[in-house]
Design a protein around this ligand. Structure first.
Ligand code: TRP
Length: 464
């Protein structure tokens, strides 16, 4: 049973839905964030926990979230509020949806900066900067190229502004449709290029060390932080609890299995992340690069690989162009719920709403730009369990979204769907085999809430 649909639009078929949802899921999170998170958090041990989080928490939560969208068939906040009302619960549960809107807003403020780096790299590649002259060391040349960008706040502001402007204009004009078509070709191309890059790196750089780092877990490396980071990355990479899954679920055609499509999306997302790792880590080890230095990793390793492969400049241009597209479609999905909210709440026109949201996000992005450029005003220090912790603005926003808001949203989604949503509304759409339904319900009611709650408790220091 669905609530009456205010809009009857649906995806034309199941594949279109999977492609669109995968397009939102696959982005900088897979190619930029996943490898450096894995590098900072102990390699294979992190991967193992990450896979566990995707399987046991990410997929059940995604199913619950699609279910909310599909049943409510409205923008996230309104959908959950409506389902709550129909289930005899307080409409305040709509807050689950609103929190996703805020999370998307915050995420975009640093996402746009990194998308700006990718855009800059298209031009660097085109300018022949991925070519290393005789007698120079690729590692040093590419290191200078990157620090030239990240130490120049004005350059970063410029590239970020270009990304935000394009995002705002696209959303204001409502021309996403054409973009979706572009992405339909861009995503598979990106994946094939990533595969080629991984094959090349594994064979020509230090493939053995990379595979050992990725797949031979050192269990002594597992700490509370590993689990916190892996869970956050699973939520971030699958785009959970940030508005978009619910929005897309609202347009799911009748008769489509939520279970099977969620599995397919998670599988595609994870495959891309793993392939990115295999393209990047061999270069890290082959060139003696530090693996735990954070967000710079991909922008250092990939150009090194391009500089060493035949036709690397053209491959590099193509790769970064497609990465920009992948990031751009995620950026549009990230701003969309803020825009929809402003239009709904304040009766703004679409271009006004897009301009307003875009400007606010752009202002916030200056904090991340200053973080990467190492400005002091973007640094914060405090005492935590007797130690001085220093984080920059980017670290804080990243942590607040991936490690606090998204898991918290997931926890609330589980509680709402597991205990509060009327079973008659809940049980119709899942498309789960009857034998698997109790498993999903157990995960959503018991396992996921307990697991996420345990991570939160350890986060605030209990158990340290
Ligand atoms: N999953 C995206 C990535 O890996 C990032 C993301 C998180 C996102 N939440 C989102 C993208 C919501 C679009 C919409 O890059």
């Amino acid at each position: 049973m669905s609530l009456p649909a205010p809009s009857h639009a649906t995806w034309s078929n199941r594949l279109a839905y999977i492609l669109a949802a995968t397009g939102a899921a696959v982005g900088l999170g897979n190619i930029w964030k996943f490898p450096y998170m894995m590098g900072e958090n102990g390699g294979a041990a992190f991967l193992l926990i990450y896979l566990g989080c995707v399987l046991a928490i990410g997929i059940p939560v995604m199913m619950a979230e699609v279910l909310l969208g599909k049943t409510g068939r409205r923008s996230p906040g309104a959908a959950v509020a409506e389902i709550a009302r129909q289930s005899g619960r307080s409409a305040h549960w709509g807050a689950i949806g609103w929190m996703g809107v805020v999370a998307g807003f915050l995420i975009l403020s640093f996402y746009a900066v990194i998308a700006g780096w990718a855009l800059a790299y298209v031009f660097y590649a085109g300018d022949g900067q991925f070519v290393v002259a005789e007698g120079q060391v690729a590692r040093d040349v590419m290191g200078e190229l990157l620090s030239g960008l990240t130490s120049d706040p004005w350059a970063m502001v410029g590239w970020t502004s270009a990304v935000m402007l394009a995002t705002v204009v696209t959303v204001a004009l409502g021309v996403q449709k054409g973009l979706e078509t572009t992405v339909k070709y861009a995503m598979p191309t990106l994946f094939i290029m990533l595969l080629a890059l991984a094959g090349y790196a594994l064979l020509t750089s230090d493939g053995a060390a990379a595979l050992k780092f990725m797949f031979a877990p050192d269990f002594s490396k597992i700490s509370v932080d590993t689990v916190v980071m892996a869970l956050g990355q699973a939520f971030f990479s699958l785009s959970l609890a940030s508005g978009v899954v619910m929005m897309y679920g609202a347009y799911l055609p009748e008769g489509t299995s939520i279970a099977r499509t969620s599995l397919a999306i998670a599988l595609a997302d994870t495959t891309v992340a793993l392939t990115a790792g295999m393209a990047i880590f061999p270069v890290v080890f082959g060139n003696g690069l530090p693996i735990d230095k954070g967000p710079d990793l991909v922008f250092l390793t990939l150009p090194i690989a391009f500089s060493q492969m035949p036709g690397g400049t053209y491959f590099g241009i193509a790769f970064f162009v497609i990465l920009v597209f992948a990031a751009f479609t995620s950026a549009i999905a990230l701003i969309e719920s803020s825009v929809a909210y402003l239009v709904e709440r304040f009766a703004l026109r679409r271009w006004q709403a897009a301009g307003l949201a875009g400007f606010a996000i752009w202002l916030l992005s200056l904090g991340s730009v200053a973080s990467f450029a190492g400005h002091d005003w973007a640094k914060f220090s405090w005492q935590w369990h007797g130690q001085t912790v220093t984080k920059n603005f980017f670290n804080l926003i990243d942590f607040l979204t991936a490690n606090v808001m998204l898991p918290l949203g997931g926890l609330l989604i589980c509680i709402f769907v597991g205990y509060l949503m009327a079973p008659a509304l809940r049980d119709g759409h899942l498309g789960l085999r009857p034998s698997l339904r109790p498993v999903w319900l157990w995960l959503v009611r018991i396992f996921c809430p307990l697991a996420i709650a345990a991570v939160f408790l350890s986060l605030i220091g209990i158990g340290r």
